[in-house]
Design a protein around this ligand. Structure first.
Ligand code: BT5
Length: 326
């Protein structure tokens, strides 16, 4: 159910660039004219530029780059992903919220999005730095009818979609770093955290969590992250419209998800290999308390990293962190 604010904005958008009288808004929304005026004042504090005239009423001049459902829904152009949006100004973690919603029956494609996160999560209990109103923090609920062993292909699929959205937006070519980092000029610009709820032979749902640094400046990041991270703003030298980027990202996600469901693993693995260029790289892998050094050979159909050690032994790594060696 849209809020009064959203309904006021919808009416003003429908009438822009013309004025709409306070009387008409109050009749349509069944609230008093004073209530309309109060909401308009509140919307202005959020960055909406709304002209008010005693004779003509209200006119929407400019909207801020917010990710509210009323701002992004009309732009999306997707069939399923993001048709239902759960929006928050702040939240602990969009993944945790999406997980709860999915347990409660939320459907495929429902989107959780927040302007900031207090406990943004990386893998293995790590923290994802999530300052307000600058970047993207979102989680999508998927309910694919695939066996649990194929769930990691969804991670690869999401990495391909995120990399492609960044490439199309910036014209720069990002690199996927196994398993889930997206790099621009060797620095992390996006990270993925996917969580699965399943039985032995059936997936109930997958939560696809994506964080993309769009407008964060290096000096806003904690020291330990600063040298390793970048943002689209930094790489392009201009402020990034979050609305335009989220539209592209969700369209890429829906496109690649459809390819995965129709064509299966091979299409995703080929696209991932192309965007990761991992073959032949010298890597150091930290996996479950063990450190392995070797040459990356490939990823297998379960998304595991295959590497060859100096002794010529093949190792299969299902989880861990990778460092590329020069
Ligand atoms: C990831 O973990 O890269 C997954 C990040 C997923 C974040 C999204 S945001 C929406 C959704 N809701 C959540 O709660 N999470 C997801 P990992 O590979 O473990 O990398 C974490 C490491 O990246 C940290 O230990 C830092 O070194 C670094 N890091 C933290 N914040 C960063 C940022 N904003 N940009 C770049 N690097 C960052």
């Amino acid at each position: 159910m849209p809020t009064v604010d959203e309904r006021i904005l919808q009416l003003l958008r429908e009438h822009a660039p013309a004025f709409l009288s306070g009387e008409e808004i109050s009749q349509r929304l069944k609230v008093t004219r004073t209530a309309v005026w109060k909401r308009v004042k509140h919307l202005r504090t959020l960055g909406y530029e709304i002209k008010a005239s005693t004779r003509s009423g209200y006119r929407l001049i400019r909207s801020p780059d917010l990710l509210t459902p009323s701002e992004i829904k009309p732009l999306l152009g997707t069939k399923q992903i993001g048709r239902v949006i759960h929006y928050f100004q702040t939240i602990d973690s969009t993944n945790s919220k999406a997980y709860q919603l999915a347990l409660g029956g939320a459907k495929e494609g429902e989107l959780v999005i927040s302007e900031s996160q207090e406990k943004g999560r990386g893998r293995l209990g790590r923290h994802w730095f999530s300052p307000p109103f600058l970047n993207l923090y979102l989680s999508v609920i998927l309910r694919p009818k695939i066996p649990p062993q194929q769930a990691s292909l969804i991670t690869l699929m999401a990495a391909v979609a995120t990399a492609d959205a960044i490439r199309k937006f910036t014209g720069l070519v990002p690199l996927i770093k196994w398993p889930n980092d997206i790099l621009l000029r060797d620095r992390k610009v996006a990270g993925l955290l996917n969580e699965i709820h399943s039985e032995m032979d059936r997936i109930h749902f997958i939560i696809l969590g994506i964080g993309v640094n769009l407008n964060v400046d290096g000096k806003m990041l904690p020291k330990e992250v600063r040298t390793l991270a970048t943002s689209l703003k930094k790489e392009m030298g201009q402020t990034i419209s979050r609305k335009v980027f989220i539209r592209l990202l969700l369209q890429e996600l829906e496109g690649w998800y459809t390819i995965f469901l129709k064509e299966g693993a091979t299409a995703i693995l080929d696209a991932w290999r192309d965007r990761a260029q991992i073959k032949g790289r010298r890597v150091k892998v930290y996996s479950l308390g063990e450190t392995l050094v070797g040459t990356a050979v490939d990823v297998d159909s379960d998304g595991a990293l295959i590497l060859e050690t100096a002794e010529g032994e093949r190792k299969r790594v299902v989880a861990g962190d990778v460092e590329y060696k020069k």
